[in-house]
Design a protein around this ligand. Structure first.
Ligand code: NAD
Length: 491
């Protein structure tokens, strides 16, 4: 069995504590590799390397143009290794090969986009109102960045976080999910091959409460960027405050997918199904609440049940599989317990509603649809992170907006309508970081992504993402040849 090591200072190094743990293939339920069970000593070593890179190492002297070029080289290397990396991700998280290969083929664009941006982060000369002063701003890297990622799309999160961070001139220490660390460790070798100097990109693997927490508490880490659950995000936010770290948080959701009677119902049905059953529902942007106008509720429900029924469960590596396993045993139990909760609350199960007994590995859940869901039920409020859809009826825009926003989350929303005025009104009224109209689950390196309310803080992707990794410095230079008349007052 392959045994992985941390990646620190451009070398693979064994964990200081000498301990490893198994990483499991959720399709077979079997261990396929071992990953380090790191400790705070490993974090100290990685942060020291990252700090040295930004202060005394060659990275500190690189021009932004050189930095950009090394990022472009990395993009080409990821493109050349996309298939291999995608296979590792599927082996670790059980998501579909078609989805993970799509992510890996797209991944290089983040390095190209932010690599191109690296030498365009200009400051400005301010036409200052004080006489005989020259005033200008410059942007400096915020410092060492700690990047903590979730298990569902490990390398996509690396691109979203590390490409803007490195474009800004920061160095990073990544702590991937303990369930899916292998792809990040394999990716690390490509950064070295691309010419990243020592200490720029480091990976420390281990459990959240030990390795993750040590990174969040480390005094030499200036910024934390995190993707994960809102409970962990809130804990990290509080911890990070003690050392005044900057934070970006990409958290969970309970996104409404809102279908009006005037929608193109074929497109809407496909969008609703892909919103909840793609990736076996294990995405932060899952459209887990279907809000459908009452006049078409019955007919539309029939349509999506028929489409949901056609989903083929199977080996996620195979091209014709639609539904793969749930990634972790704990998540599998959580999804099943939410199905029981929904039944207990009086929601009516019209598809699935149980574990798929016919599948290997033991971690398959049938695609599940509940109707007669009311907004006060837990199944309508809490993130399941699995293939479970709740249907709620509504009448008219006002009620759709009220129900759509009736959640602590605000990550995404879908709107299906052929009425352009309604599309704009809905987008304006919905409290979500992303609103998709007549489409769902579209993301791009160019488009800001992030949550409102409990779904997080800050945005990733798009030009502004790089600002989250920069500090602005204001420099004032007096060119007066006179001594100030009154040194005891503000200028
Ligand atoms: P999680 O919060 O359990 O773990 C995320 C990361 O944090 C892991 O690397 C974990 O080891 C680490 N961690 C756990 N406890 C920690 C602690 N006390 N201190 C520091 N680090 C700690 O989340 P998960 O189960 O891996 O992922 C699923 C969640 O992620 C869902 O809620 C989902 O909605 C969310 N998510 C959000 C986005 C987004 O972009 N908004 C994308 C994907 C997933």
């Amino acid at each position: 069995m392959k045994q992985y090591n941390h990646f620190i200072n451009n070398e693979y190094v064994a964990p200081a504590g000498g301990e490893w743990m198994d990483t499991i293939n959720p399709y077979t339920g079997e261990a396929w590799a071992q990953i380090p069970k790191g400790t705070d000593k490993d974090v100290d070593r990685a942060v020291a390397a990252a700090k040295a890179a930004m202060t005394t190492g060659p990275y500190a002297k690189m021009t932004p143009t050189e930095r950009g070029k090394m990022m472009l080289r990395l993009a080409d290397l990821v493109a050349a290794n996309a298939q291999r990396l995608a296979e590792i991700e599927v082996r670790d998280n059980g998501k579909l090969m078609s989805e993970m290969l799509g992510q890996l083929n797209y991944h290089p664009e983040w390095w190209r986009y932010f690599g191109g941006l690296a030498d365009k982060l200009e400051g400005g000369v301010v036409p200052i109102d004080k006489p005989e002063h020259f005033a200008y701003t410059t942007h400096e890297p915020v410092g060492v960045v700690g990047a903590l990622t979730a298990w569902n799309s490990p390398l996509m999160f690396i691109a979203w976080k590390c490409a803007p961070a490195i474009a800004a001139g920061c160095s990073v220490v990544v702590k991937p999910s303990e369930f899916t660390s292998a792809s990040t460790l394999e990716f690390a070798a490509l950064t070295k091959e691309a010419g990243f100097p020592d200490g720029v990109f480091n990976v420390v693997v281990g459990l959240g409460p030990t390795v993750g927490s040590a990174l969040v508490n480390h005094p030499d880490v200036a910024k934390i960027t995190f993707t994960g659950s809102d409970a962990t995000g809130a804990a990290i936010y509080a911890q990070a405050a003690r050392t005044m770290k900057r934070v970006t948080l990409e958290l969970g959701g309970k996104s409404p997918n809102i279908v009006f009677a005037d929608a193109d119902l074929d497109k809407a049905a496909a969008g609703v199904i892909s919103g909840i059953f793609a990736a076996t529902g294990q995405t932060c942007i899952a459209g887990s609440r279907l809000l459908v106008e009452n006049s078409i509720k019955e007919a539309f429900t029939k349509r999506i049940v028929a489409l949901g029924k056609s989903a083929k469960k199977g080996d996620p590596m195979l091209a014709d599989t639609n539904i793969g396993p749930v990634t972790t045993p704990a998540q599998y139990q959580k999804v099943l317990s939410y199905i029981d909760i929904a039944k207990g609350e009086g929601a009516r199960c019209i598809l699935g509603g149980q574990a798929a007994a016919d599948m290997p590995g033991g971690q398959f859940v049938e695609p599940t649809i509940f109707t007669d869901v009311t907004p006060d039920m837990r199944i309508a409020k809490e993130e399941v992170f699995g293939p479970v859809l709740s249907i709620i009826g509504f009448d008219g825009e006002e009620e759709a907006i009220r129900l759509g926003n009736d959640t602590i989350y605000g990550l995404a929303a879908g709107v299906w309508t052929e009425n352009i005025g309604r599309a704009v009104r809905m987008s304006k009224a919905l409290k979500a970081g992303t609103v998709w109209v007549n489409t769902y689950r579209a993301v791009s390196y160019m488009m800001p992504f992030g949550g409102m309310k409990h779904s997080g803080l800050g945005r990733e992707s798009g030009i502004d993402a790089v600002r989250h990794y920069l500090e602005t410095k204001s420099t004032w230079i007096s060119y007066s040849d006179k001594v100030p008349a009154n040194p005891f007052v503000m200028r």
